[in-house]
Design a protein around this ligand. Structure first.
Ligand code: UGA
Length: 449
Protein backbone atom coordinates (compact mmCIF):
# COMPACT_ATOMS: atom_id res chain seq x y z
CA UNK A 1 0.00 0.00 0.00
CA UNK A 2 1.27 3.48 -0.77
CA UNK A 3 1.17 5.80 2.25
CA UNK A 4 2.12 9.47 2.47
CA UNK A 5 2.97 11.08 5.80
CA UNK A 6 2.90 14.84 6.25
CA UNK A 7 5.35 15.86 9.01
CA UNK A 8 8.60 14.15 10.02
CA UNK A 9 8.65 14.94 13.75
CA UNK A 10 8.50 12.66 16.80
CA UNK A 11 5.23 11.09 15.51
CA UNK A 12 5.58 11.26 11.72
CA UNK A 13 9.07 9.84 11.35
CA UNK A 14 8.75 6.74 13.61
CA UNK A 15 5.30 6.06 12.08
CA UNK A 16 6.71 6.32 8.55
CA UNK A 17 9.67 4.08 9.30
CA UNK A 18 7.41 1.58 11.12
CA UNK A 19 4.93 1.40 8.22
CA UNK A 20 7.81 0.93 5.77
CA UNK A 21 9.11 -1.94 7.92
CA UNK A 22 5.63 -3.51 7.68
CA UNK A 23 6.14 -3.62 3.90
CA UNK A 24 4.30 -0.49 2.75
CA UNK A 25 5.62 2.09 0.29
CA UNK A 26 6.00 5.20 2.42
CA UNK A 27 6.77 8.77 1.38
CA UNK A 28 7.47 11.25 4.18
CA UNK A 29 6.77 14.88 3.37
CA UNK A 30 8.17 17.87 5.21
CA UNK A 31 8.42 21.53 4.26
CA UNK A 32 11.86 21.87 5.85
CA UNK A 33 14.37 21.14 3.10
CA UNK A 34 17.30 20.75 5.53
CA UNK A 35 15.43 17.98 7.38
CA UNK A 36 14.52 16.16 4.18
CA UNK A 37 18.11 16.39 2.91
CA UNK A 38 19.43 14.82 6.11
CA UNK A 39 16.80 12.07 6.04
CA UNK A 40 17.64 11.32 2.40
CA UNK A 41 21.21 10.70 3.57
CA UNK A 42 19.88 8.32 6.22
CA UNK A 43 20.55 10.74 9.08
CA UNK A 44 17.76 10.71 11.69
CA UNK A 45 16.78 14.19 12.79
CA UNK A 46 15.77 13.19 16.34
CA UNK A 47 16.93 10.60 18.86
CA UNK A 48 14.78 7.47 19.11
CA UNK A 49 16.20 4.14 20.15
CA UNK A 50 16.41 1.77 17.14
CA UNK A 51 15.07 4.28 14.61
CA UNK A 52 18.33 4.93 12.73
CA UNK A 53 18.86 1.21 12.03
CA UNK A 54 15.31 0.73 10.75
CA UNK A 55 15.57 3.83 8.60
CA UNK A 56 18.78 2.61 6.96
CA UNK A 57 17.26 -0.83 6.35
CA UNK A 58 14.08 0.52 4.77
CA UNK A 59 15.88 3.09 2.66
CA UNK A 60 18.04 0.30 1.28
CA UNK A 61 14.96 -1.77 0.42
CA UNK A 62 13.35 1.27 -1.20
CA UNK A 63 10.30 1.17 1.10
CA UNK A 64 10.71 4.74 2.34
CA UNK A 65 11.57 8.01 0.64
CA UNK A 66 11.48 11.70 1.52
CA UNK A 67 10.29 14.80 -0.28
CA UNK A 68 9.38 18.44 0.27
CA UNK A 69 6.78 18.24 -2.49
CA UNK A 70 3.23 17.50 -1.34
CA UNK A 71 2.20 16.76 -4.95
CA UNK A 72 4.95 14.15 -5.42
CA UNK A 73 4.40 12.67 -1.96
CA UNK A 74 0.64 12.07 -2.09
CA UNK A 75 0.51 10.89 -5.73
CA UNK A 76 -1.33 7.53 -5.82
CA UNK A 77 -1.36 7.27 -2.00
CA UNK A 78 -4.18 5.17 -0.51
CA UNK A 79 -3.68 6.84 2.87
CA UNK A 80 -2.35 10.30 3.70
CA UNK A 81 -1.41 10.63 7.36
CA UNK A 82 -1.28 14.11 8.86
CA UNK A 83 1.32 14.23 11.65
CA UNK A 84 2.11 17.90 12.08
CA UNK A 85 2.49 19.85 15.33
CA UNK A 86 -0.44 21.38 17.22
CA UNK A 87 1.43 23.67 19.65
CA UNK A 88 -0.48 25.44 22.42
CA UNK A 89 -1.56 29.05 21.95
CA UNK A 90 0.69 31.10 24.28
CA UNK A 91 -2.24 32.81 26.03
CA UNK A 92 -5.36 30.64 25.76
CA UNK A 93 -3.48 27.29 25.63
CA UNK A 94 -5.93 25.99 23.00
CA UNK A 95 -4.33 23.79 20.33
CA UNK A 96 -3.05 25.87 17.42
CA UNK A 97 -4.36 24.20 14.26
CA UNK A 98 -2.64 26.34 11.66
CA UNK A 99 -0.32 23.51 10.49
CA UNK A 100 -3.24 21.07 10.21
CA UNK A 101 -5.26 23.50 8.10
CA UNK A 102 -2.23 24.42 5.98
CA UNK A 103 -1.64 20.71 5.28
CA UNK A 104 -5.33 20.14 4.43
CA UNK A 105 -5.44 23.18 2.09
CA UNK A 106 -2.34 22.06 0.23
CA UNK A 107 -3.57 18.48 0.04
CA UNK A 108 -7.17 19.15 -1.08
CA UNK A 109 -6.56 20.04 -4.76
CA UNK A 110 -4.26 17.01 -5.12
CA UNK A 111 -6.90 14.44 -4.13
CA UNK A 112 -7.71 12.94 -7.55
CA UNK A 113 -8.60 9.38 -6.40
CA UNK A 114 -10.24 7.86 -3.30
CA UNK A 115 -7.92 8.58 -0.37
CA UNK A 116 -8.18 8.14 3.38
CA UNK A 117 -6.90 11.27 5.13
CA UNK A 118 -5.93 10.08 8.59
CA UNK A 119 -5.21 12.62 11.26
CA UNK A 120 -2.55 11.50 13.77
CA UNK A 121 -1.89 14.92 15.27
CA UNK A 122 -3.60 15.55 18.62
CA UNK A 123 -6.49 17.83 17.69
CA UNK A 124 -9.55 19.28 19.43
CA UNK A 125 -12.83 17.43 19.11
CA UNK A 126 -14.51 18.41 15.86
CA UNK A 127 -11.29 19.10 13.93
CA UNK A 128 -11.99 16.12 11.64
CA UNK A 129 -15.28 17.78 10.62
CA UNK A 130 -13.50 21.05 9.90
CA UNK A 131 -10.75 19.37 7.85
CA UNK A 132 -13.40 17.51 5.86
CA UNK A 133 -15.33 20.73 5.16
CA UNK A 134 -12.16 22.51 4.15
CA UNK A 135 -11.21 19.76 1.68
CA UNK A 136 -14.70 19.58 0.16
CA UNK A 137 -14.88 23.38 -0.14
CA UNK A 138 -11.48 23.54 -1.85
CA UNK A 139 -12.02 20.57 -4.15
CA UNK A 140 -15.65 19.59 -4.92
CA UNK A 141 -14.43 16.52 -6.81
CA UNK A 142 -12.33 15.16 -3.92
CA UNK A 143 -13.17 11.57 -3.06
CA UNK A 144 -11.90 11.07 0.43
CA UNK A 145 -12.75 10.16 4.00
CA UNK A 146 -11.19 12.11 6.84
CA UNK A 147 -10.61 9.93 9.88
CA UNK A 148 -9.03 10.27 13.32
CA UNK A 149 -6.16 7.87 13.99
CA UNK A 150 -4.69 9.02 17.32
CA UNK A 151 -1.12 8.19 18.20
CA UNK A 152 -0.11 6.70 21.54
CA UNK A 153 3.68 6.44 20.99
CA UNK A 154 5.90 7.57 23.85
CA UNK A 155 8.96 9.56 22.89
CA UNK A 156 12.10 7.52 23.44
CA UNK A 157 10.15 4.27 23.03
CA UNK A 158 8.46 5.10 19.74
CA UNK A 159 9.84 2.13 17.79
CA UNK A 160 8.77 -0.32 20.47
CA UNK A 161 5.37 1.33 20.85
CA UNK A 162 4.77 1.38 17.10
CA UNK A 163 5.20 -2.38 16.80
CA UNK A 164 3.57 -3.37 20.09
CA UNK A 165 0.63 -1.03 20.68
CA UNK A 166 -2.00 -1.99 23.28
CA UNK A 167 -4.65 -0.63 20.96
CA UNK A 168 -5.29 1.01 17.63
CA UNK A 169 -8.16 3.46 17.70
CA UNK A 170 -9.83 4.13 14.36
CA UNK A 171 -12.22 7.07 14.47
CA UNK A 172 -14.07 6.86 11.19
CA UNK A 173 -17.58 7.68 10.12
CA UNK A 174 -17.11 5.50 7.01
CA UNK A 175 -16.80 1.74 6.72
CA UNK A 176 -14.75 2.04 3.53
CA UNK A 177 -12.12 4.12 5.33
CA UNK A 178 -11.98 1.73 8.32
CA UNK A 179 -11.32 -1.17 5.93
CA UNK A 180 -8.40 0.66 4.29
CA UNK A 181 -6.86 1.39 7.72
CA UNK A 182 -7.38 -2.22 8.81
CA UNK A 183 -5.48 -3.29 5.66
CA UNK A 184 -2.70 -0.86 6.53
CA UNK A 185 -2.31 -2.35 10.02
CA UNK A 186 -2.93 -6.00 9.00
CA UNK A 187 0.81 -6.90 8.86
CA UNK A 188 1.26 -5.43 12.35
CA UNK A 189 -1.73 -7.33 13.76
CA UNK A 190 -0.40 -10.55 12.21
CA UNK A 191 3.00 -10.00 13.87
CA UNK A 192 1.26 -9.54 17.22
CA UNK A 193 -0.92 -12.64 16.98
CA UNK A 194 0.20 -15.79 18.81
CA UNK A 195 -0.20 -19.40 17.68
CA UNK A 196 -3.56 -19.63 19.45
CA UNK A 197 -4.78 -16.71 17.29
CA UNK A 198 -4.81 -14.18 20.13
CA UNK A 199 -3.69 -10.70 19.12
CA UNK A 200 -1.92 -8.54 21.71
CA UNK A 201 -3.26 -5.41 20.02
CA UNK A 202 -6.95 -4.50 20.19
CA UNK A 203 -8.46 -2.54 17.33
CA UNK A 204 -11.34 -0.31 18.37
CA UNK A 205 -13.60 1.29 15.78
CA UNK A 206 -15.33 4.40 17.10
CA UNK A 207 -16.80 7.63 15.79
CA UNK A 208 -14.40 10.37 14.75
CA UNK A 209 -15.33 12.62 17.67
CA UNK A 210 -14.95 9.79 20.21
CA UNK A 211 -11.54 9.01 18.79
CA UNK A 212 -10.42 12.64 19.07
CA UNK A 213 -11.65 12.65 22.67
CA UNK A 214 -9.94 9.34 23.58
CA UNK A 215 -6.54 10.87 22.89
CA UNK A 216 -7.10 13.82 25.25
CA UNK A 217 -8.81 11.68 27.88
CA UNK A 218 -5.98 9.10 27.88
CA UNK A 219 -3.20 11.69 28.16
CA UNK A 220 -5.04 13.68 30.83
CA UNK A 221 -5.76 10.54 32.84
CA UNK A 222 -2.08 9.52 32.79
CA UNK A 223 -1.05 13.06 33.73
CA UNK A 224 -3.54 12.97 36.62
CA UNK A 225 -2.13 9.62 37.75
CA UNK A 226 1.36 11.17 37.92
CA UNK A 227 0.02 14.20 39.75
CA UNK A 228 -1.70 11.89 42.24
CA UNK A 229 1.47 9.92 42.98
CA UNK A 230 3.41 13.18 43.35
CA UNK A 231 0.90 14.37 45.95
CA UNK A 232 1.13 11.00 47.71
CA UNK A 233 4.93 11.42 47.76
CA UNK A 234 4.46 14.73 49.61
CA UNK A 235 2.15 12.95 52.02
CA UNK A 236 4.71 10.16 52.58
CA UNK A 237 7.42 12.72 53.31
CA UNK A 238 5.38 14.07 56.20
CA UNK A 239 4.13 10.75 57.56
CA UNK A 240 7.25 8.59 57.43
CA UNK A 241 5.92 6.24 54.73
CA UNK A 242 7.97 5.36 51.65
CA UNK A 243 6.45 6.30 48.26
CA UNK A 244 8.24 3.43 46.48
CA UNK A 245 6.59 0.90 48.76
CA UNK A 246 3.24 2.69 48.56
CA UNK A 247 3.32 2.81 44.74
CA UNK A 248 4.27 -0.86 44.59
CA UNK A 249 1.45 -1.80 46.92
CA UNK A 250 -1.06 0.24 44.92
CA UNK A 251 0.18 -1.00 41.54
CA UNK A 252 -0.31 -4.65 42.44
CA UNK A 253 -4.04 -3.99 42.26
CA UNK A 254 -4.71 -4.72 38.58
CA UNK A 255 -7.49 -2.13 38.55
CA UNK A 256 -4.86 0.50 39.32
CA UNK A 257 -1.87 -0.93 37.43
CA UNK A 258 1.78 -0.27 38.25
CA UNK A 259 2.71 2.15 35.47
CA UNK A 260 2.82 5.94 35.77
CA UNK A 261 3.20 5.72 39.53
CA UNK A 262 6.76 7.02 39.67
CA UNK A 263 6.98 10.34 41.53
CA UNK A 264 9.18 13.10 40.17
CA UNK A 265 9.53 16.82 39.54
CA UNK A 266 6.24 16.92 37.59
CA UNK A 267 5.30 15.71 34.13
CA UNK A 268 6.71 17.50 31.10
CA UNK A 269 7.20 17.08 27.37
CA UNK A 270 5.28 18.30 24.40
CA UNK A 271 2.16 16.23 25.17
CA UNK A 272 0.84 16.07 28.76
CA UNK A 273 1.19 19.77 29.67
CA UNK A 274 -0.21 20.85 26.29
CA UNK A 275 -3.02 18.29 26.12
CA UNK A 276 -4.31 18.81 29.68
CA UNK A 277 -4.49 22.56 29.03
CA UNK A 278 -6.17 22.07 25.65
CA UNK A 279 -8.75 19.72 27.21
CA UNK A 280 -9.44 22.26 29.94
CA UNK A 281 -9.86 24.97 27.27
CA UNK A 282 -12.29 22.80 25.26
CA UNK A 283 -14.27 21.97 28.41
CA UNK A 284 -14.65 25.63 29.32
CA UNK A 285 -15.75 26.41 25.76
CA UNK A 286 -18.46 23.79 26.20
CA UNK A 287 -19.44 25.00 29.69
CA UNK A 288 -18.12 21.87 31.37
CA UNK A 289 -15.92 22.07 34.44
CA UNK A 290 -13.08 19.53 34.57
CA UNK A 291 -11.96 20.22 38.14
CA UNK A 292 -9.67 17.22 38.32
CA UNK A 293 -7.82 18.19 35.15
CA UNK A 294 -7.47 21.78 36.38
CA UNK A 295 -6.06 20.59 39.70
CA UNK A 296 -3.56 18.45 37.79
CA UNK A 297 -2.44 21.37 35.63
CA UNK A 298 -2.04 23.72 38.58
CA UNK A 299 -0.45 21.14 40.87
CA UNK A 300 2.08 20.23 38.20
CA UNK A 301 3.00 23.85 37.59
CA UNK A 302 3.70 24.56 41.25
CA UNK A 303 5.54 21.26 41.67
CA UNK A 304 8.48 22.37 39.54
CA UNK A 305 8.82 25.56 41.58
CA UNK A 306 8.68 23.50 44.75
CA UNK A 307 11.57 21.34 43.48
CA UNK A 308 13.58 24.41 42.53
CA UNK A 309 12.90 25.97 45.96
CA UNK A 310 14.26 22.83 47.62
CA UNK A 311 17.48 23.22 45.63
CA UNK A 312 17.62 26.94 46.43
CA UNK A 313 17.27 26.34 50.18
CA UNK A 314 20.17 23.87 50.02
CA UNK A 315 22.36 26.73 48.74
CA UNK A 316 21.79 29.02 51.73
CA UNK A 317 25.02 30.35 53.27
CA UNK A 318 27.09 29.36 50.20
CA UNK A 319 28.48 32.51 48.67
CA UNK A 320 29.11 31.41 45.08
CA UNK A 321 27.04 28.24 44.79
CA UNK A 322 27.55 25.64 42.09
CA UNK A 323 24.83 23.10 41.31
CA UNK A 324 25.72 19.95 39.40
CA UNK A 325 22.71 18.91 37.30
CA UNK A 326 22.12 15.37 36.07
CA UNK A 327 19.53 15.36 33.29
CA UNK A 328 18.02 17.97 30.97
CA UNK A 329 15.59 16.02 28.77
CA UNK A 330 11.94 15.90 29.86
CA UNK A 331 12.36 12.17 30.55
CA UNK A 332 14.78 9.34 29.82
CA UNK A 333 15.26 7.87 26.34
CA UNK A 334 14.88 11.15 24.45
CA UNK A 335 16.86 14.24 23.43
CA UNK A 336 13.72 16.36 23.71
CA UNK A 337 13.94 19.31 26.11
CA UNK A 338 10.62 20.92 25.23
CA UNK A 339 8.66 21.72 28.40
CA UNK A 340 11.20 19.72 30.35
CA UNK A 341 10.80 19.92 34.15
CA UNK A 342 14.62 19.94 34.31
CA UNK A 343 14.87 22.99 32.05
CA UNK A 344 12.07 24.78 33.92
CA UNK A 345 13.71 24.09 37.28
CA UNK A 346 17.03 25.39 35.94
CA UNK A 347 15.41 28.53 34.55
CA UNK A 348 13.70 29.23 37.90
CA UNK A 349 16.95 28.57 39.75
CA UNK A 350 18.91 30.99 37.55
CA UNK A 351 16.24 33.63 37.94
CA UNK A 352 15.93 33.36 41.75
CA UNK A 353 19.61 32.94 42.62
CA UNK A 354 21.69 35.46 40.65
CA UNK A 355 25.02 34.08 41.88
CA UNK A 356 24.39 30.41 41.15
CA UNK A 357 26.43 28.60 38.48
CA UNK A 358 25.38 25.30 36.94
CA UNK A 359 27.30 22.32 35.63
CA UNK A 360 24.97 20.22 33.48
CA UNK A 361 25.03 16.84 31.78
CA UNK A 362 22.50 14.77 29.84
CA UNK A 363 23.34 11.62 27.84
CA UNK A 364 21.35 12.72 24.74
CA UNK A 365 19.92 16.21 25.15
CA UNK A 366 23.03 18.43 25.38
CA UNK A 367 22.65 19.96 21.88
CA UNK A 368 18.95 20.73 22.24
CA UNK A 369 19.45 22.15 25.74
CA UNK A 370 22.36 24.32 24.61
CA UNK A 371 20.17 25.86 21.90
CA UNK A 372 17.43 26.67 24.42
CA UNK A 373 19.92 28.17 26.92
CA UNK A 374 21.50 30.20 24.09
CA UNK A 375 18.09 31.57 23.10
CA UNK A 376 17.50 32.61 26.71
CA UNK A 377 20.97 34.16 26.94
CA UNK A 378 22.02 32.27 30.08
CA UNK A 379 24.94 30.19 28.78
CA UNK A 380 27.51 32.32 30.67
CA UNK A 381 26.26 30.76 33.93
CA UNK A 382 26.21 27.18 32.63
CA UNK A 383 29.07 24.75 32.02
CA UNK A 384 28.23 21.89 29.65
CA UNK A 385 30.00 18.77 30.97
CA UNK A 386 31.36 15.85 28.94
CA UNK A 387 30.28 13.14 31.35
CA UNK A 388 28.11 12.61 34.41
CA UNK A 389 31.11 12.46 36.72
CA UNK A 390 32.29 15.90 35.53
CA UNK A 391 29.27 17.65 37.07
CA UNK A 392 30.52 16.81 40.55
CA UNK A 393 33.81 18.79 40.36
CA UNK A 394 33.59 21.77 42.73
CA UNK A 395 29.80 21.44 42.98
CA UNK A 396 27.98 22.14 46.25
CA UNK A 397 24.78 20.32 45.43
CA UNK A 398 23.96 17.55 43.00
CA UNK A 399 20.42 17.70 41.53
CA UNK A 400 19.03 14.69 39.66
CA UNK A 401 16.34 15.97 37.29
CA UNK A 402 15.84 13.30 34.57
CA UNK A 403 15.32 9.57 35.15
CA UNK A 404 18.17 8.28 32.92
CA UNK A 405 19.05 4.75 33.97
CA UNK A 406 22.80 5.34 33.61
CA UNK A 407 22.69 7.89 36.43
CA UNK A 408 22.12 4.94 38.77
CA UNK A 409 25.76 3.98 38.06
CA UNK A 410 27.00 7.38 39.28
CA UNK A 411 30.08 6.88 41.45
CA UNK A 412 29.01 8.54 44.72
CA UNK A 413 32.31 7.90 46.48
CA UNK A 414 34.33 9.58 43.71
CA UNK A 415 31.82 12.45 43.58
CA UNK A 416 32.15 12.99 47.33
CA UNK A 417 35.90 13.60 46.94
CA UNK A 418 35.39 16.10 44.10
CA UNK A 419 32.55 18.17 45.55
CA UNK A 420 32.89 21.23 47.82
CA UNK A 421 29.72 20.53 49.80
CA UNK A 422 27.98 17.20 49.91
CA UNK A 423 24.27 17.43 49.20
CA UNK A 424 22.09 15.44 46.79
CA UNK A 425 18.59 16.45 45.78
CA UNK A 426 17.27 13.49 43.88
CA UNK A 427 14.04 14.55 42.14
CA UNK A 428 13.77 11.12 40.45
CA UNK A 429 14.64 8.80 43.35
CA UNK A 430 17.44 7.20 41.32
CA UNK A 431 19.93 6.80 44.16
CA UNK A 432 19.61 4.57 47.18
CA UNK A 433 19.25 6.94 50.18
CA UNK A 434 21.24 4.62 52.47
CA UNK A 435 24.15 4.32 50.01
CA UNK A 436 24.18 8.08 49.41
CA UNK A 437 24.29 8.75 53.16
CA UNK A 438 26.92 6.04 53.67
CA UNK A 439 29.07 7.84 51.06
CA UNK A 440 28.82 10.97 53.27
CA UNK A 441 26.06 12.92 51.52
CA UNK A 442 23.10 14.72 52.93
CA UNK A 443 20.39 13.14 50.74
CA UNK A 444 16.88 14.31 49.86
CA UNK A 445 14.65 12.25 47.56
CA UNK A 446 10.92 12.44 46.80
CA UNK A 447 8.62 10.80 49.36
CA UNK A 448 11.47 8.72 50.80
CA UNK A 449 13.47 9.01 54.02
C1 UGA B 1 2.83 10.67 26.26
C2 UGA B 1 1.97 9.39 26.36
O1 UGA B 1 2.53 8.51 27.33
C3 UGA B 1 1.90 8.69 24.99
O2 UGA B 1 1.01 7.58 25.08
C4 UGA B 1 1.36 9.68 23.95
O3 UGA B 1 1.32 9.10 22.65
C5 UGA B 1 2.26 10.90 23.92
O4 UGA B 1 2.30 11.51 25.24
C6 UGA B 1 1.68 11.88 22.92
O5 UGA B 1 0.59 12.39 23.17
O6 UGA B 1 2.25 12.02 21.82
P1 UGA B 1 5.46 11.19 26.20
O7 UGA B 1 5.08 12.62 26.29
O8 UGA B 1 6.45 10.75 25.20
O9 UGA B 1 4.15 10.26 25.96
O10 UGA B 1 6.05 10.80 27.62
P2 UGA B 1 5.63 9.91 28.89
O11 UGA B 1 6.46 8.71 28.92
O12 UGA B 1 4.17 9.71 28.95
O13 UGA B 1 6.12 10.88 30.07
C7 UGA B 1 5.56 12.19 30.23
C8 UGA B 1 6.12 12.87 31.45
O14 UGA B 1 5.65 12.24 32.64
C9 UGA B 1 7.64 12.86 31.58
O15 UGA B 1 8.09 14.12 32.03
C10 UGA B 1 7.94 11.77 32.59
O16 UGA B 1 9.15 11.94 33.28
C11 UGA B 1 6.74 11.92 33.51
N1 UGA B 1 6.40 10.68 34.25
C12 UGA B 1 5.98 9.57 33.59
C13 UGA B 1 6.48 10.69 35.64
O17 UGA B 1 6.87 11.70 36.27
N2 UGA B 1 6.13 9.55 36.31
C14 UGA B 1 5.70 8.43 35.68
O18 UGA B 1 5.39 7.43 36.38
C15 UGA B 1 5.63 8.44 34.29
Amino acid sequence: MKIAIIGTGYVGLPTGVGLAELGHQVVCIDRELSKIEKLRQGVVTLYEDGLAELLTKNMASGNISFTTSMADGVKDAAVVIIAVGTPPHPVTHEADLRYIYAAACELAPLLDHYTVVANKSTVPVGTGDMVENLIVKTNHQAQCDVISLPEFLREGFAVHDFFCPDRIIIGANSERASKVIMDMYRPLLERNTDNAGKCATTVLLVSRRSSETIKYAANSFLATKIHFINEMADFCEKTGADIGEVAQGMGLDRRIGDSFLTPGPGFGGSCFPKDTMALDFMARQNNVELKLVRATIEGNRSRMEKMADTIISSLEHIEHPVVGVLGLAFKNGTDDCRVSPAMQIIEYLLCKTPKVRLKVFDPKAMDNARLIFQEKGVTDRISFCESMSDVAYDADVLAVLTEWNEFRQFDLNAAYKNMRHHQIIDCRNLFNPHQARAAGFSYKGIGVH
